[in-house]
Design a protein around this ligand. Structure first.
Ligand code: GDP
Length: 393
């Protein structure tokens, strides 16, 4: 499906940049328009793929291009004050050509954390297209203020979007790596998963798998109903002769070359579906109780089959208890991989969110306590013991 993407803040902008790069590399055709919004000039200048004319610096009169320093209330205020500047960039998007908006942000910081729910609310008021969020939760080692920001932004963002797709940095943290190098890899993981998911609805129907190709309406229907979503992914390399572009890739004789028997193909798909759903999800959670699900199997057409999807779908129905499990193909002729992507929408049993909220509440209490204490300490310092001195005015 074709998306208008709005990257808010540093993380939002960098992930947006990665999406554009992915789109160019794979010809997925999902990023119809891209707008990056930030209060920090340097972050906008660091982007590589977002066109310069689509980079919007907000809050110049308040923070002079220096960012909001993890103050997400200020981030939200500035986004509201300067919403016309954001709208100015969105005005250049041919909205009739997009299937949905996707607002991306890291929820632990300031600009994206505060601004993304504001812009989502604004978009929903103006356009009829669905507005989705892609929210990134901070790593547990980032500290209390980031957790508190994320917990408050999460509550607001879920309320303002048609569905919030969540990625949890904490579950994907790699030890022993520089933060920057770590994020690069993590961002690649993000775009692979969401790229296949959204790319699935962008395939020209045709050929012998037409009836089982995922349509963008199936993605939209799976996300409809709101709430929180998570995505699972698993892939396996296959020997796809057509990927080398050799003679064997052509039709041979009367029929298409069958590289392996269908039982193999089916078994591979069913085990990939299980790995995707039971492995590391973008937001780890219990899949039992997910309201809706969508299964996408991607790869060269000869390695996809209806039976595999049907079995995978049935298995997902059993595991989630959901009656709304959709499924389909995403044929990628030149690829040498078969992948399963599972979108679980409307998940409610998410211990990580409860933990995040608990830590956020503790952080909030600590912050209040420290503030009170330092006010008292300052008063003790400035005032003389017996109150004999008087200030000038
Ligand atoms: P903002 O610019 O004020 O919106 O804040 P940032 O986007 O810099 O940071 C917000 C949070 O996003 C951080 O606490 C990190 O958890 C996360 N983050 C920052 N950069 C990246 C990135 O490139 N990738 C990912 N996955 N997360 C990031």
């Amino acid at each position: 499906m074709k998306l208008a993407m709005i990257g808010f803040g540093q993380a939002g902008g960098k992930i947006l940049d990665k999406f554009i790069e992915y789109d160019k590399r794979t010809n997925a055709g999902i990023v119809r328009s891209a707008v990056a919004v930030n209060t920090a000039k340097a972050d906008l200048m660091g982007l590589e793929h977002v066109p310069e004319s689509n980079r919007v610096l907000i809050g110049q009169s308040r923070v002079k291009g220096h960012g909001v320093g993890a103050d997400n209330e200020l981030g939200a205020e500035i986004a509201e004050e300067d919403i016309d500047e954001v709208q100015g960039a969105i005005d250049n998007i041919p909205v009739h050509e997009v299937d949905a908006f996707l607002v991306l942000a890291g929820l632990g910081g300031g600009t994206g954390s505060g601004g993304s729910p504001v812009v989502a609310k604004h978009l929903k008021r103006i356009y009829t297209e669905p507005v989705y969020g892609l929210g990134v939760l901070p790593g547990g080692d980032e500290g209390g203020i980031y957790t508190l920001n994320a917990a408050r932004s999460f509550q607001t963002f879920v309320r303002e979007v048609d569905n919030l797709l969540v990625f949890d940095n904490d579950a994907w943290r790699k030890t022993g790596e520089s933060v920057q190098g770590g994020y690069d890899e993590i961002n690649e993981e993000i775009v692979t998963r969401f790229g296949i998911l959204f790319g699935a609805g962008e395939v020209d129907e045709g050929g012998d798998v037409a009836e089982s190709v995922v349509d963008s309406s199936e993605i939209i229907n799976t996300l409809a109903g709101g709430g929180v979503s998570t995505v699972g992914y698993a892939a396996e390399t296959v020997e796809n002769e057509s990927s080398s572009g050799g003679l064997l890739s052509k039709f041979t004789g009367g029929g298409q070359k069958q590289p392996e028997d269908t039982a193999n193909t089916t078994n591979r798909i069913t085990s990939l579906v299980r790995k995707a759903a039971l492995g590391r999800l973008t937001l780890p959670c219990e899949i039992d109780g997910a309201e809706r699900a969508l299964l996408v199997t991607a790869g060269p057409p000869a390695f996809l089959n209806r039976k595999g999807i049907e079995r995978g779908r049935k298995w997902l129905e059993e595991q989630t208890g959901s009656m709304e499990v959709r499924g389909g193909d995403y044929p990628v002729p030149g690829s040498d991989r078969v992948a399963a992507v599972v979108l679980l929408s409307g998940v409610t049993n998410v211990p990580r969110i409860k933990e995040l909220q608990q830590i956020a509440i503790e952080a909030q209490e600590n912050i209040d306590e420290i503030r009170q204490e330092s006010e008292d300490n300052l008063q003790n310092l400035v005032e003389d013991d017996d109150d004999e001195l008087e200030p000038l005015f």
